[in-house]
Design a binder for this molecule. Structure first.
Ligand code: TRP
Length: 358
């Protein structure tokens, strides 16, 4: 292995990724693959916390999300793509971490609360649903990463993970609670206190121009949309502006897209200037430029995605996950053993003899 600092992050397989995911996190992951040793987790266990009765969908979505990742530029030769349910150390650490977090602390997690509302879970959610937030602490810490690139909505989870890491280090590794976050490992702790890294656009608007881009709100432009679909959807971005000479609001949804996707900074400045003055520039014209910029960005993704089409593509993807998971397990098992040593659970190293079972 090498000594680059590590990244862990992941997605729950719930469907295709969209532009909000790209600017919020995915872009960072692709960019940081050389500087960091990267672990990208498929949170299929988490998918079961709200969709346990739909295993076929979860399986399909798991494969689809890997397609999105590979198309976006995640390189399986450099980074590990791993399947949560095949890294047993995660499930074991989840139990231990559950004992370090007060129940009420978990239930106060604002991301969980928001999800209970937005998914209409009421009081009908499974026991496993709030447990996933504890599980997420284990997803992260089992890889002892320094950085966790995530969308803004995940920051509350990372904060809880940081609390667990501090607690574990204090309780089982004898680290002084007054230690600075950066110094926990130096002070004898097992886990670094990982930092969230939020993308350059924390919250991209959806094409409805009001809510944030989200698959469930039906306002998303997906990374796998074809050029014509992108054009049609960008055409729908709502601004409420009436004419090319009406002074426009450059903080509206359309201009979020201008700023996020038009790469020529001088052109962005010029568009903003003319728009705000109502200098004979129509929304339609700006939308055409935005469409072009998004399609230019998506073109190489479409090309990469094509090689994973069909049953042969699916086979390749499963091989990529298998290989990444096997590499991830080496590190995960090492962490679990170190954690057990710290907890006095190292009576003997584990051996599981499956005999002729397989
Ligand atoms: N909860 C995250 C989401 O729904 C996915 C996730 C699971 C994750 N485990 C993680 C993200 C660990 C970052 C780190 O998007």
């Amino acid at each position: 292995m090498n000594s680059r600092p590590r990244i862990l992050t992941g997605d729950t397989p719930t469907g295709s990724l969209h532009l909000g995911h790209w600017v919020g996190s995915l872009e960072n992951r692709v960019r940081l693959q050389d500087e960091y040793e990267c672990y990208f987790l498929l949170a299929n266990m988490h998918a079961f916390t709200t969709r346990a009765e739909k295993p076929d969908e979860i399986r399909r979505d798991t494969i689809e999300i890997v397609k999105d990742w590979l198309a976006a530029g995640i390189d399986p030769a450099r980074s590990c793509v791993l399947l949560q349910t095949e890294v047993p150390a995660i499930a074991e650490l989840t139990w231990f971490f559950a004992m370090l977090l007060p129940f009420n602390r978990v239930m106060r997690n604002p991301t969980l609360k928001t999800e209970i509302d937005s998914k209409g879970l009421g009081d009908k959610y499974s026991f496993g649903f709030p447990m996933y937030a504890v599980g997420q602490c284990a997803d992260i810490l089992v890889f002892r990463p320094e950085l966790v690139p995530v969308g803004e909505d995940q920051v509350a989870h990372i904060e809880m993970c940081r609390e667990v890491a501090r607690r574990f280090n204090q309780v089982f590794c004898g680290v002084d609670p007054k230690t600075e976050d950066d110094d926990y490992v130096k002070a004898g702790g097992l886990f670094p206190i990982p930092m969230a890294l939020v993308g350059r656009v924390a919250r991209l608007a959806g094409i409805d121009g009001v809510q944030k881009m989200s698959k469930s709100l039906g306002n998303a432009i997906f990374l796998n949309d074809d050029p014509a679909t992108v054009k049609k959807k960008v055409g729908k971005i709502f601004t409420g502006r009436q004419s090319p000479t009406e002074p426009g609001d450059t903080s509206n949804a359309l201009f979020q897209f201008v700023e996020a996707f038009i790469t020529d900074a001088a052109r962005v400045a010029e568009l903003k200037d003319r728009y705000s003055r109502g200098d004979n520039i129509g929304d339609g014209h700006i939308k055409a430029e935005v469409t072009e910029a998004i399609n230019a960005m998506l073109a190489p993704m479409r090309e990469r995605r094509a090689q994973f089409d069909g049953p042969a593509g699916e086979k390749m993807i499963i091989e990529i996950i298998r290989d990444g998971t096997s590499r991830a397990n080496r590190l995960a098992e090492e962490t679990l053993w170190l954690a057990k040593q710290a907890m006095g659970l190292d009576l003997f190293p584990r051996t599981i003899d499956l005999g002729k079972a397989r």
